[in-house]
Design a protein around this ligand. Structure first.
Ligand SMILES: Nc1ncnc2c1ncn2[C@@H]1O[C@H](COP(=O)(O)OP(=O)(O)O)[C@@H](O)[C@H]1O
Ligand SMILES: [Mg+2]
Length: 245
C-alpha cells in the first residue's frame, strides 16, 4: 500500500489533484486509472463546496468529467481540524462523512444512469469508485472547456429551450420515474443550444414521499427562470399538467 501511495505521489496525477484529497480518494482515482477508465487528469474546471470537477481523458483521448466529492470541505480542514484531531471521536465523524459522501456519489451515478437510459439529455455516466464519479465531458466546442450554464449563457430561443428541457423532465418522470429535485439554471448546461441537465445527486425516485413536491419546485424554478427571459404567460398549472398528466 505504501508503495502504491508513493507511485501516486510521484505521478503527474498528484500535480493536478494537489493536496485537496485524502488517501482513500487518491486510491479510488488510482483504481480507476488502473482499470483503464481514466488515462489522465487535467485541470480542475469547477470547484464547489461539496465537489470538484476535473477534465480528464480516457485511453482513446475522449474527454471525461471527473467529479470528486470532498470528504472534508476546506473550511472544515482549516477551521475545525485543530480542535478535533486528537479527539478519539474524530475518526467516527470522519467515517460518517466518508460514508455520506460515498453514498451521495453512488446515488448520483445511479440517477444519472437511469436518466441516461431512458433518453434524458445528460452526460453519459461511465464509472464511479468511492467518491469519484466519471462521466462524459460536456464541452463548449473547445476541448477541455465546459459548456456554459444557462444562467451565464441563456438560450437564444427561450421558447424552444423551455420545451426541450420540459420534455426531458417529463421523460425522467414518466419513463425513469425520477425527479431531479435540484433543478435550476445552475444545473443546466448550454452546449450550442442543446441543453444538458447535470448534478443528479439530489434526485429521488417517485417512491419518495416528497417526490411530487420536489418536482413542483423544479418546475417552479424553471418557470421563474424562463419568465425572466420573456416567457411571461407560462402557466404553472398547465406546465404541471403537461408533466404529471
Ligand atoms: N459532465 C460535465 N462536463 C463538463 N463540465 C461539467 C460536467 N459536470 C459538471 N461540470 C462542471 O462542473 C460544475 C459543477 O458541477 P455540478 O455537478 O453542478 O456540481 P455541484 O454539486 O458542485 O453543483 C458545473 O457547473 C459545470 O461547470
Ligand atoms: Mg450544480
Amino acid at each position: 500500500v505504501v508503495k502504491k501511495f508513493k507511485k501516486i505521489k510521484d505521478s503527474e496525477l498528484m500535480e493536478t489533484v494537489e493536496e485537496v484529497f485524502d488517501y482513500r480518494t487518491l486510491m479510488a482515482l488510482y483504481k480507476l486509472i488502473n482499470k483503464g477508465i481514466i488515462e489522465r487528469v487535467h485541470g480542475v474546471v469547477a470547484a464547489g463546496k461539496e465537489a470538484r470537477v476535473y477534465w480528464g481523458e480516457d485511453r482513446e483521448g475522449r474527454d471525461l468529467a471527473i467529479k470528486i466529492f470532498l470528504v472534508q470541505t476546506r473550511e472544515f480542514r482549516r477551521g475545525m481540524l485543530k480542535y478535533i484531531e486528537g479527539d478519539p471521536r474524530f475518526s467516527l465523524i470522519k467515517r460518517d462523512r466518508r460514508y455520506m459522501v460515498n453514498t451521495w456519489c453512488s446515488k448520483e451515478f445511479k440517477n444519472l444512469s437511469v436518466a441516461y437510459k431512458v433518453g434524458v439529455k445528460v452526460p453519459k455516466p461511465i464509472a464511479f469508485k468511492e467518491n469519484v464519479l466519471v462521466m462524459e465531458f460536456i464541452d463548449c466546442g473547445e476541448k477541455g472547456k465546459p459548456a456554459p450554464l444557462i444562467k451565464d449563457v441563456p438560450p437564444s430561443d427561450p421558447i424552444r429551450a423551455f420545451y426541450r428541457i420540459l420534455e426531458n423532465i417529463k421523460i425522467a418522470f414518466r419513463r425513469g420515474r425520477i425527479v431531479h429535485a435540484d433543478l435550476s439554471e445552475y444545473n443546466i448546461m448550454n452546449r450550442n443550444e442543446e441543453f444538458y441537465i447535470i448534478d443528479w445527486g439530489s434526485a429521488v425516485s417517485l417512491d419518495h414521499p416528497e417526490a411530487l413536491n420536489f418536482l413542483r419546485r423544479d418546475l417552479r424554478n424553471l418557470i421563474n427562470y424562463f419568465r425572466g427571459l420573456g416567457l411571461r404567460d407560462l402557466s404553472y398549472e398547465e406546465v404541471e399538467e403537461y408533466v404529471i398528466g
